[in-house]
Ligand binder design. Structure first.
Ligand code: HEC
Length: 200
């Protein structure tokens, strides 16, 4: 009786068990996917919050360096240079241009990895190994937590692409027709004379 019962019940119960397993797995996968999505959007929101809070657009969005409102899509770079060498009569200062941080592959950071973005932000070293100039306050960004840095990089990678080419930075003495500002490199004395300081 028992002997008969086992083979008779197995085929009947097996599909049900399989079905149940599949259902449980599906349920599980769905809830994992939902959790992943919730997590991804929390990271995205955190990245957006940090980018606004740290005011990346004040340099990386056209308009602000001229003292105006944004004149181009957010974070699509600035064609106004930032002088990083002292004022010397007759010598064009070196200019740094805050690049296009949108996800455009050609003109933005679309093809950068998250690690490359984090490295540029925290070590001042760009993708091609070129040392970033002191105008970007990267030394301050080393205080950010790893999860905030990743959130920023991830958010930037999802900023819709804007094709906008920004001039290459120039060295002191190299000619450039771009307008520029001096940033953190000069003070006015009480007589209103500009005083520049040498970079360390
Ligand atoms: C005070 C101006 C300033 C601020 C604020 C600033 N940057 Fe920059 N950033 C620059 C400049 C200038 C460069 C280009 C430097 C160079 O060419 O050596 C740059 C370069 C970069 C680069 C390398 C990409 C490229 O095209 O060269 C990344 C990535 C970057 N910035 C991200 C950020 C993020 C993210 C923030 C906000 C957390 C930020 N920056 C805030 C000025 C700024």
């Amino acid at each position: 009786m028992i002997r008969n019962c086992v083979p008779a019940t197995l085929p009947a119960t097996l599909p049900a068990t399989l079905l149940a397993t599949v259902l449980v797995l599906c349920g599980c996968t769905n809830s994992v996917t939902r959790q992943d999505q919730t997590m991804a959007s929390a990271v995205h929101e955190r990245g957006e919050y940090m980018v606004n809070l740290l005011a990346c657009g004040r340099c990386h969005t056209e308009g602000y360096l001229r003292g105006n409102e944004a004149q181009a899509p957010a974070l699509a770079g600035s064609t106004v240079g930032i002088a990083f060498t002292p004022d010397r009569a007759g010598i064009q200062p070196g200019l740094a241009f805050a690049g296009n941080l949108t996800s455009d592959e050609e003109t933005g950071i679309g093809s950068w990895t998250e690690a490359e973005i984090v490295r540029a932000m925290t070590s001042g070293v760009g993708r091609n190994g070129h040392r970033r100039l002191p105008v970007m306050p990267w030394a301050n960004y080393t205080a950010l937590t790893q999860s905030d840095l990743i959130a920023i990089a991830r958010y930037l990678k999802r900023v819709p692409p804007v094709s906008r080419r920004i001039p290459e930075s120039t060295n002191e003495g190299e000619s450039s027709n771009q307008p520029y500002v001096r940033f953190g490199l000069y003070t006015f004395d009480p007589q209103g004379r500009v005083q520049t300081r040498e970079l360390p």
